[in-house]
Design a protein around this ligand. Structure first.
Ligand SMILES: Cc1cc2nc3c(=O)[nH]c(=O)nc-3n(C[C@H](O)[C@H](O)[C@H](O)COP(=O)(O)OP(=O)(O)OC[C@H]3O[C@@H](n4cnc5c(N)ncnc54)[C@H](O)[C@@H]3O)c2cc1C
Length: 368
């Protein structure tokens, strides 16, 4: 089959990888000047992979498939871009998200180590001992190195005959005809069009705004005080800092620095291209949300602040919809990267069996 893929984030790249392996003639079109596009959700340095999933237990079970798909990708590209340093969560209030993550792991029978506040502060010197209840470590998880993954998949695709058009924007999709139009008027026809346009999908299909909402957020990269550097270097990824901060931290890894991000900082945006220059003081505002449970945050120097745009569904589950010859896939809601390679394999399976219901069930983690 002749297949056009719109968007070279992780969903598009991994779909191209799986479909090229299955023998299809794939053309991938990316509006950014480079792959990855630094403005894309998949264009940052690192993203978290973890078993802990709290109430959304189906995704915890699906992590085994995610790991299996990454393993298969590592074999093809000849490098493993996963820093498997494990994750920790820090609980500050009864019933906070960190506690939900612990309960989810315990219910699933997955291993974890529980530390009281004193032991946690001894192990992780950046924590402020008097400000939290307990912490736990889950060995399953770590940081995926997104820029390296994207560069290596693109290299593999080129070596296997896939056409990649960078700096090329799709301005329209004709689902019935199976064609896409480019800004210069060129029309590219195919048997199937896969749209993995991330936060830009509503520009191509405005009617999907009933299901998908676009948000803008920012992340801060930090240089910790000299005496805490060693603690950060050996630290697991922090999946949740407890309380209501909705905060996570990825230590320096795979070329990316120490990064703090919080769901509290995201806001709705009408357009993924708007508001992409960080505001004055935005980095400090994000950093300072992490006290408690972090200590001495004022001593952490801000090295960079980056903005991101992404879509969410109401229930934070992933989404796909088929329109004639077009399939739109959105595995995001702020947690889809870890499933990236598995999404590509599932899209290729869908093209082989045409079973949309099965793809949708898997994306919603309703079936393993
Ligand atoms: C701040 C933040 C933190 C996150 N943390 C995690 C995490 O820790 N773990 C995790 O698993 N997930 C995480 N996620 C979610 C994860 O990043 C996304 O699920 C994933 O990157 C989405 O990939 P995608 O390919 O669907 O979209 P994107 O990466 O956005 O890719 C879409 C691509 O399509 C291109 N494109 C769009 N429109 C067009 C067009 N018309 N023509 C040509 N090209 C086009 C874009 O330029 C872009 O490159 C996070 C997301 C954000 C924003």
């Amino acid at each position: 089959m002749k297949i056009t893929i719109v968007g070279a984030g992780i969903a598009g790249l991994s779909s191209a990888w799986s479909l090229t392996k299955a023998g299809h003639a794939v053309t991938m079109i990316e509006q950014g000047r480079t792959i990855p596009n630094p403005l894309a959700a998949s264009g940052d340095h690192h993203r978290i992979i973890r078993r802990a999933y709290g109430k959304a237990g189906g995704y915890a079970d699906a992590i085994s498939e995610a790991y299996d798909a990454w393993q298969s990708l590592w074999l093809d590209i000849g490098a493993a871009h996963l820093d498997a340093r494990g994750i920790i969560c820090i609980s500050r209030e009864a019933g906070d998200e960190a506690e939900e993550f612990r309960e989810g792991l315990e219910q699933g029978g997955y291993p974890l180590e529980l530390y009281d506040a004193r032991e946690a502060a001894r192990r992780y010197a950046y924590l402020d001992e008097g400000t939290f209840r307990y912490a736990f470590f889950s060995p399953e998880g770590g940081a995926l190195h997104c820029k390296r993954i994207a560069a290596d998949i693109a290299r593999w695709l080129r070596a296997h005959g896939t056409t990649i058009l960078e700096d090329t924007k799709v301005v329209g999709v004709d689902s019935e005809a199976g064609s896409v139009s480019l800004a210069d008027g060129t029309v590219i026809a195919a048997d199937k069009v896969i749209v993995t346009a991330g936060a830009w999908v509503l520009k191509l299909f405005p009617h999907l705004a009933t299901t998908l909402t676009t948000y803008r957020t920012a992340l801060v990269y930090l240089d910790p005080p000299a005496d805490l550097k060693a603690a950060w270097e050996s630290s697991p990824v922090i999946l949740d800092v407890g309380g209501r901060t909705d905060g996570y931290i990825i230590p320096a890894s795979g070329g990316g620095g120490l990064k703090f991000g919080t769901g509290l900082h995201k806001r709705k945006t009408p357009d993924a291209d708007l508001d992409r220059i960080p505001a004055r003081g935005e980095g400090e505002a994000i950093r300072d949300r992490f006290s408690p449970p972090m200590k001495r945050l004022g001593e952490y120097k801000i090295t960079d602040v980056v903005t991101c745009a992404y879509t969410f569904t109401d229930d934070k589950r992933f989404f796909a919809t088929e329109m004639d010859k077009c399939l739109v896939v959105s595995a995001c809601s702020g947690h889809g990267y870890k499933f990236g390679a598995a999404v590509g394999r599932r899209v290729a399976q869908f093209l082989a069996d045409g079973n949309t219901a099965s793809l949708e069930r898997w994306l919603k983690a309703e079936a393993a």
